[in-house]
Design a binder for this molecule. Structure first.
Ligand code: DX5
Ligand code: ZN
Length: 236
């Protein structure tokens, strides 16, 4: 796979909500592939964020796929509403869901892409029996609940284990990473096997603006291609 296939998913959690449409449009012009919407219920994670109304408003202003990351205690109660609001993908957590298969089947029945997220302390192996039903695995590279947290290096080897699992079962799934992704950590996660990078602070929190921030991330990933080419050339 070439780094040209790597997708960027700006997380609007770090956006200026008073200028949300404008900021998403700028990210779109700068090459964003999808928009990541973080939903927090103040229970599954100790923070509150946004609900279906935001998805409905975004649906009117961007053609980009909208992926909804549900950090909530009972995602089943919200699937229909987010689907009706215009979500394209619904990502639910493995943690705390004793009926994950049912949740995933409901997402598929709604005609949406299904993703399962695993927290930093959750091993890749828990995905074994569910990956065949998924379009996306989300490896949390921070503990969910807040933006602007430092990337957890210990999650890098897990990205590789998720990739191996997907290859073994023959499921061509996105491997998405979320949390602490910036120009320094992006090459590390891509090298480890990630194909979709969520970034909040590194896109919407940069003083020089969204376009410059997107270019910086894209350059960090493209440099990796050059590194790989150089490494290949140096092999006798
Ligand atoms: C964390 C959220 C992330 C968050 C990432 O709970 O799931 O999507 O917005 O933010 P940064 O990129 O700032 O770490
Ligand atoms: Zn997220």
């Amino acid at each position: 796979m070439s780094t040209r296939d790597i997708k960027l998913a700006p997380s609007i959690l770090a956006a200026d909500f008073a200028r949300l449409g404008e900021q998403v449009a700028e990210a779109e012009r700068a090459g964003a592939d999808r928009v990541h919407v973080d939903v927090m219920d103040g229970h599954f994670v100790p923070n509150l964020s946004m609900g279906p109304a935001i998805v409905q408003s975004l649906r009117r202003v961007t053609p980009l796929p909208l992926e909804v990351h549900l950090m909530v205690s009972d995602p089943d109660l919200l699937l229909d509403e987010f689907a009706a609001a215009g979500a394209d993908s619904l990502l639910v957590h493995w943690e705390g869901n004793s009926n994950l298969h049912r949740t995933v089947q409901r997402i598929r029945a709604l005609g949406k892409r299904a993703g399962v997220a695993i927290n930093p302390a959750t091993p890749a192996v828990v995905l074994e029996e569910i990956v065949r039903d998924l379009d996306l695995v989300l490896v949390m590279t921070v503990n969910p609940g807040f933006g602007h947290q430092p990337f957890l290096q210990t999650t890098l080897s897990k990205i590789g284990r998720v990739r191996e699992l997907l290859e073994r079962v023959g499921r061509p799934c996105d491997v998405e990473v979320d949390g602490g992704i910036d120009a320094t950590t992006a090459p590390l996660v891509v090298r480890a096997g990630a194909t979709v990078l969520v970034a909040g602070t590194a896109i919407f929190g940069e003083r020089e603006g969204v376009t410059a921030a997107m270019i910086r991330l894209q350059m960090a990933i493209i440099h990796l291609d050059q590194e790989l080419e150089l490494a290949e050339q140096s092999v006798p």
